[in-house]
Design a protein around this ligand. Sequence first.
Ligand code: SF4
Length: 53
Amino acid sequence: MSFSCKNYDYGTDNCRKLKAECIPGRRGCVLEGRVNLSEELEKRLKELDQKKG
Ligand code: SF4
């Protein structure tokens, strides 16, 4: 990861705040709306949204 976040758990690669995979910019993430998302990240976020329906 090219950023540091106090919620990020380096041991599990998960977000301690959301208790889920860390995807910077995802909903509920402290960096939401504050990070420049790479294309790869945007894709993952879209996939996440679609899974939830
Ligand atoms: S999802 Fe956001 S709040 Fe959670 S660890 Fe990653 S960057 Fe931090």
